[in-house]
Design a protein around this ligand. Structure first.
Ligand SMILES: Cc1ncc(C[n+]2csc(CCOP(=O)(O)OP(=O)(O)O)c2C)c(N)n1
Length: 651
């Protein structure tokens, strides 16, 4: 494999340049072939950044025969659309045969997708949603720093149009604040994006912005010249005449479509392949046979898909000690977020304290006190990250660290943890991360802060993300057990809670329902109260449970013994319990959530899917809330205890 030792090689030799030029020729050919054969794709940026890509893999520590090698350095390809360039170079370095790429690019079921994905060996992070890559690189660089891997680099290749995204600024600041000095970012400054000249679409003073954020800035006047690009990379690697404590950005001035005269400096080729005739001309100009096109066309026609878009890199298994559960007694009245904070602190004590490298990380966005992360912070200061009001960055960065084996908790209010950052979670989910979103302040239960702060669509949104579980504890005891459960079990999950203090859920003997022997099980609902045969069942979760329990009491007084089913595990849901409830009698769902997209619809879908006919009434949020006491807001929406009683009586 072609490698250059930057510590020993001051400048490229003629021979090295010759080798690189030959590699360039083959890769440029693959870029043209793959996009023309697929009749789609992004050749322009692939060609403008090809010199950089070839040199990056020459200086990086990596092993194509073992893409999961623990000691490898990582490169995040923030501009996922230049997949033809990335696949061309990875195959050049021996990660897979060029045939796999050229015959499968953009075909259904193949790993060689239109934007880079981890299914392709050598790809570290799926991208495509511009602006998230630097956050991902920050996350990988942070993991290295936490492991004490001083000097081990993390690289990120970005576009210049991409610099317009606000999240890039968030990631920049984070890298400076947390001293990610081994992070090297390269910007492909071809001055073009889909809409044309970057300065016309939206001017960005790229170098000034990085400088202002405290980064070292290197400018390479010709980013399509191997010697110049190498010098820039070497200087960044060695921090030559640079602040050794700061990350480095290299701005490479390049040419879109470089190497094919009729593609150069044309924004059209950002995302358009060449028609076949022009592709033949391009191959000739590159110095390759134009016949290659027909040869590969034939091979592509006969080639079955052999790569798999789901063969992801292995993720380290981290053993987490659940610690001693905290039991809140029958008289305690507290909020679930305090129980979360206490559980997280106890997890830090059991897993981070005295360890050289912490296992559990915590990320907050200027709401440490409100989301109760202070305990975790005090026990484990090195594992706590105050990201500021930069939720998009926090969501991605925290998720990325989990790919390196950390168990990361990301906590903020529901509107920021879910609504603000939905697309970030979506991409992390596609990257099969292991993020624990613990979100406080959900629902009308937020109260006086009003509708901007009342997240009423957390289930509706999070249930769309295939890899996420959704858990909504009914009280502080259940919160404690759920938090410990999610810390110890792999998978993305959302744990949501309201804001208010609440009483413990008690059994008929007046003891905590989620007592000493309680263990949380996903997909298992809790019968808080069993109803008489033929009676109605109230299905609810989270902040409405105290209201439901009051209603149960009132109904009992009136001689009606209804069932109460707590659905703490919304996804996966306990279908059998729903079926059992429907077998008893009618169902009333009660939730602090938009009434059409929460548990009510899940129950209806479950029963309809099984062909079970039963009456369902759904109580929930029917319009944006307003400022006020949660109890008053519940009353306004017809979901307070009295309304629940009335609804049951009417069923
Ligand atoms: C968040 C987001 N918005 C829009 C797009 C659509 N898009 C794909 S590439 C691109 C332009 C990127 O420009 P640049 O970073 O300069 O890359 P280059 O054109 O040089 O390849 C846009 C707007 C996207 N992928 N992500």
């Amino acid at each position: 494999m072609f490698q250059i030792d930057v510590t020993k090689t001051e400048k490229l030799s003629e021979e090295q340049i010759e080798t690189l030029s030959q590699m360039w020729q083959r890769c440029a050919g693959r870029i043209i072939l793959s996009t023309t054969l697929a009749k789609s794709g992004h050749p322009g940026g692939s060609l403008s950044s090809l010199h950089t890509l070839l040199l990056l893999y020459a200086i990086m520590r990596h092993d194509p025969r073992n893409p999961d090698w623990e000691d490898r350095e990582k490169l995040v390809m923030s501009i996922g659309h230049i997949s033809p360039g990335v696949y061309a170079v990875l195959s050049e370095y021996g990660y897979f045969p060029e045939e796999d790429f050229l015959t499968e690019f953009r075909r259904a079921g193949s790993a060689f997708g239109g934007h880079v994905e981890q299914g392709v060996p050598g790809v570290e992070w799926n991208t495509g949603n511009l602006g998230q890559g630097l956050s991902a690189a920050d996350g990988f660089a942070l993991s290295e720093r936490l492991r004490g891997n001083q000097g081990k680099k993390t690289y990120c290749l970005m576009g210049d149009g991409e610099q317009q995204k606000g999240q890039v600024a968030e990631a920049r600041r984070f890298a400076t604040k947390y001293g990610l000095k081994d992070l090297i970012c390269i910007i492909d400054r071809n001055h073009l994006q889909i809409g044309g000249d970057t300065e016309k679409v939206m001017p960005v003073r790229v170098r000034d912005e990085y400088k202002a954020a405290g980064w070292n800035v290197i400018y390479v006047a010709d980013g399509n010249d191997f010697q110049q690009v190498y010098k820039g990379l070497r200087r960044a690697y060695l921090h030559e005449n640079l602040d050794p404590e700061r990350p480095v950005v290299i701005v490479n001035r390049t040419v879109m479509g470089k190497g094919v005269s009729f593609m150069e400096n044309k924004e059209k080729y950002h995302g358009s392949p060449l028609p076949e005739e022009m592709a033949r001309d391009a191959l000739s100009e590159i110095g390759l046979s134009p016949d290659l096109l027909d040869e590969w066309k034939k091979k592509r026609e006969n080639h079955p898909i052999t790569s798999s878009s789901h063969s992801f890199r292995r993720m380290p298994d981290t053993k987490i000690e659940p610690g001693e559960p905290i039991l809140y007694d029958a008289q305690t009245v507290t909020d679930c977020r305090s129980a979360y904070g206490n559980a997280l602190k106890s997890l830090a004590e059991a897993n981070n304290k005295g360890e050289q490298t912490p296992k559990i990380l915590g990320f907050s966005c200027d709401l440490e006190g409100s989301v109760k992360m202070q305990g975790f912070h005090s026990v484990s200061p090195e594992a706590f990250f105050e990201v500021g009001i930069q939720e998009h960055h926090a969501a991605v960065c925290s998720a990325v660290t989990t790919r390196d084996g950390f168990i990361s908790f990301f906590s903020t209010f529901g509107v920021f943890a879910v609504c603000e950052t939905y697309n970030q979670h979506r991409l992390s989910d596609q990257n099969e991360t292991n993020l624990k979103i613990v979100s406080t302040h959900n629902g009308l239960d937020v109260g006086e802060d009003g509708p901007t702060h009342q997240c009423i669509d957390y289930i509706g949104l999070m249930q769309n993300l295939f890899g996420f579980s959704i858990f909504m504890p009914a009280d502080p005891n259940q919160t404690d057990r759920i938090v410990r459960y999610v810390a110890c079990h792999r998978g993305n999950c959302f744990v949501g809670m309201g804001r208010s203090k609440m009483p413990m859920v008690l059994d008929l003997n007046g003891e905590p329902f989620f007592g000493k022997d309680y263990e949380f099980m996903p997909g298992k609902a809790d019968w808080l109260r069993r109803g008489k045969p033929g009676s109605c069942t109230i299905i609810s979760y989270g902040a409405t449970i105290p209201y439901v329990m009051n209603a149960w009491q009132e109904l009992k007084k009136a001689g009606m013994e209804v069932g109460v089913l707590n659905m703490a595990s919304i996804k996966p849901v306990d279908e059998e319990a729903i079926v059992e409830a429907a077998g008893q009698g009618p169902i009333l769902t009660v939730e602090d959530h938009v009434v059409t997209t929460g548990i009510g619809s899940i129950v209806a879908r479950t029963l309809a899917g099984r062909g079970i006919s039963q009456r369902i009434k759904c109580l929930g949020v029917r319009q944006y809330g307003c400022s006020g006491k949660p109890a008053d807001l519940y009353k306004m929406n017809g979901m307070d205890s009295e309304s629940i009683v009335q609804a049951v009586k009417a069923l």
